[in-house]
Design a protein around this ligand. Structure first.
Ligand SMILES: C[S@@+](CC[C@H](N)C(=O)[O-])C[C@H]1O[C@@H](n2cnc3c(N)ncnc32)[C@H](O)[C@@H]1O
Length: 421
């Protein structure tokens, strides 16, 4: 096909590349030692400025970007913060705002998307792949934008993710699919067909298992087939153990297929609209390096909690846009008791029902919180331990710092000096 000019125009179309944000590290999460612990980053900030800040270090370095931005739905999304409530009565649930998907007009939305897609293209390695996840609201426009940025010849797949679920619609067909555009930066890209094979349909197996099957090429029934470009995975529902309560959470099975197909262990996977951290939790489990970003503190705390719940998958660092003032609004207390070289810290003075994580730095330097011991509430579990202990290697004076987080993403940080030995 000739390289014809076909671009989407709208009033006020512009791609912005803002000045890089200044990112500061607020925590080092010291879980199982991994060789590159510090380069696995969870970043809170507006993603355009964050991507711009990452350009110097990561330009043309990211192997796979999964992008699940707001869909132009016109809605405002809330996260569920209570627990033990009647799950059949959503009207009674305790919630807090997670993020907004509201725009002045389509041009406003498209400017948001256009600028970010261009930066993602720049950040991708020459052999890298972008998966852009949208639905009927904006997918058609995005397809034309991606053709402009990546080149129409670089569309690898248009994936249709289908699912079931209730819908109030009675005057049209129920809208139960999303569209995921897959673009590669060049013709040399990673695609691990064997990593994502699935069993053939029982009817195919039956046909080709028959001794009379003499027609056509016999498929390798043992090896399975490369999936079609339409996928069925159930949405994350109330009773699924992976459910975090974050709205628009995507299923891990969907992300697993994407990450297995389009990256290798050790590759760098990024998600700049990470929400509850689905892509990153899966990438980390599959031993990929990763970068995650979201503008919402609830999203960042949900992702942090999700990663803490799987300590064996490795440590990471937490960063924030320096301009965001995340005031600690919780005012917990810690009571510290010592015996020889051992110390115990007990958290008090806060709503323990709402507490989602309690982390301790046993030797705080007054600057960077090094999370060494954690107590984290699972998604279905009630209360968590509020007493944590530590044995120091030698006698001395130390500063103990405790970080508490509640379901709304509010945090508190308290310190206490101790003498042990
Ligand atoms: C559709 S949700 C992502 C859900 C995620 N894939 C999951 O499985 O949980 C979109 C996320 O993008 C974030 N977001 C929207 N605009 C942003 C921006 N400009 N910068 C950073 N994050 C943004 C929202 O806070 C929200 O968490």
């Amino acid at each position: 096909m000739k390289n014809e000019e076909l671009v989407l125009q709208w009033k006020g179309k512009q791609a912005v590349i803002p000045a890089p944000l200044q990112l500061v590290q607020t925590a080092a999460i010291l879980l199982q030692e991994t060789p590159e612990q510090d380069s696995q980053r969870l970043i809170q900030g507006e993603n355009l400025g964050v991507m711009s800040a990452l350009l110097a270090e990561y330009g043309s370095k990211i192997d796979l970007i999964y992008a699940d931005p707001p869909f132009l739905s016109g809605k405002s999304y809330r996260v569920r913060t209570g627990h033990g409530e009647d799950s059949r009565r959503p009207e009674n649930w305790k919630t807090a705002e997670a993020f907004q998907d509201q725009w002045n007009d389509r041009g406003d939305y498209l400017n948001m998307l256009y600028s970010r897609l261009r930066l993602m293209h720049t950040l991708l390695a020459d052999s890298g792949t972008l998966y852009l996840h949208l639905d009927w609201h904006a997918a058609a426009y995005a397809r034309v934008l991606l053709d402009e940025i990546f080149g129409p010849g670089h569309l690898l797949n248009e994936i249709i993710w289908t699912y079931h679920g209730p819908s109030p619609i009675r005057s049209a067909f129920k809208r139960k699919h999303d569209t995921i555009y897959v673009y590669t930066k060049s013709k040399e890209y990673t695609f691990n067909a064997d990593a994502v094979r699935v069993p053939y349909q029982p009817s195919t197996v039956k046909t080709f298992s028959s001794p009379k099957a003499g027609f056509g090429k016999r498929p390798d029934l043992e090896r399975g087939k490369v999936p079609e470009d339409w996928w069925y995975f159930p949405v994350v529902a109330r009773l699924h153990s992976e459910r975090t309560g974050y709205p628009t959470q995507k299923p891990e099975a969907l992300l697993e297929r994407i990450i297995l197909a389009s990256s290798n262990p050790g590759d760098l996977v990024a998600d700049f609209f990470c929400g509850s951290g689905t892509s990153i939790a899966v990438a980390r489990r599959l031993r990929r390096r990763w970068l995650a970003c979201d503008g919402s503190s609830v999203a960042i705390n949900t992702t942090r909690r999700r990663l803490l719940l799987e300590p064996e998958a490795g440590g990471f660092s937490v960063w924030v846009d320096k301009a965001i003032r995340n005031h600690h609004t919780l005012r917990p207390r810690i009571e510290v008791t010592t015996k020889n070289l051992h110390v115990e810290a007990r958290l008090s003075d806060l709503d323990l029902d709402a507490l989602t994580a309690f982390e301790l730095d046993w030797d705080f330097d007054g600057r960077l919180f090094r999370s060494e011991t954690q107590s984290v509430r699972g998604w279905q579990q009630g209360r968590i331990a509020t007493r944590l202990g530590h044995s120091y290697p030698e006698a001395g004076n130390y500063m103990v710092a405790a970080r508490a987080v509640d379901a709304e993403g509010q945090t508190g940080l308290v310190t206490e000096r101790v003498h042990v030995g």
